[in-house]
Write a protein that binds this ligand. Structure first.
Ligand code: DQA
Length: 159
């Protein structure tokens, strides 16, 4: 069986989770969230890779390195959600499902957070569920990838 991999990407400042504005983002660390996300993947027979960066170009590189290699991407882009057009373009070049993930619900916060450059290309969006959103987003990404696989017609012997 091919290796089934979902790539989880974490944008700027998410490395500070646990101590960063706990009244908004909670007290769990990024590692706690990654572990919960990985458990959800493992339960379905998938592997999960994680990459966090405070730099948009690193996240672009991570998406590019996933093209043709991972089947789905879950991304919490942090503030890049609202203006990260090169991350948008990299995700648009990715050939599998993308799930947008946020701990908080940006659309209920300051007006500048109401725009998401990722949302138009996301197969699903999970926001405002706190840490519970991590395993849910991974499950949605895996389900979308598996559904896309089923949808691809198998070539017949004479093709
Ligand atoms: C966030 C929401 C963003 O607006 C913010 O810049 C973040 C975290 C979230 O998970 O709720 O860094 O993506």
């Amino acid at each position: 069986m091919p290796r089934q991999v979902v790539l989880l990407l974490s944008g700027p400042n998410l490395n500070l989770l646990g101590t960063r504005q706990p009244e908004i983002y909670g007290t769990d660390t990024l590692l706690d969230h990654v572990q919960a996300a990985r458990r959800a993947a493992t339960e379905r027979g998938w592997d999960l890779e994680h990459r966090q960066s405070n730099h948009e170009g690193d996240l672009v590189d991570a998406v590019q390195s996933g093209i043709g290699r991972v089947e789905a991407i879950v991304v919490n882009p942090g503030a890049l959600t609202h203006y990260g057009w090169s991350l948008h373009d990299a995700l648009a070049a990715f050939d599998g499902p993308v799930v947008e993930l946020h701990l908080s619900e940006p659309s209920e916060r300051e007006p500048w957070r109401h725009t998401s450059v990722v949302e138009p290309l996301a197969a699903a969006r999970v926001a405002g569920e706190g840490g519970a959103g991590y395993p849910r987003a991974v499950t949605l990404a895996i389900e979308a990838a598996e559904a896309a696989r089923v949808a691809v017609p198998k070539p017949t012997a004479d093709q």
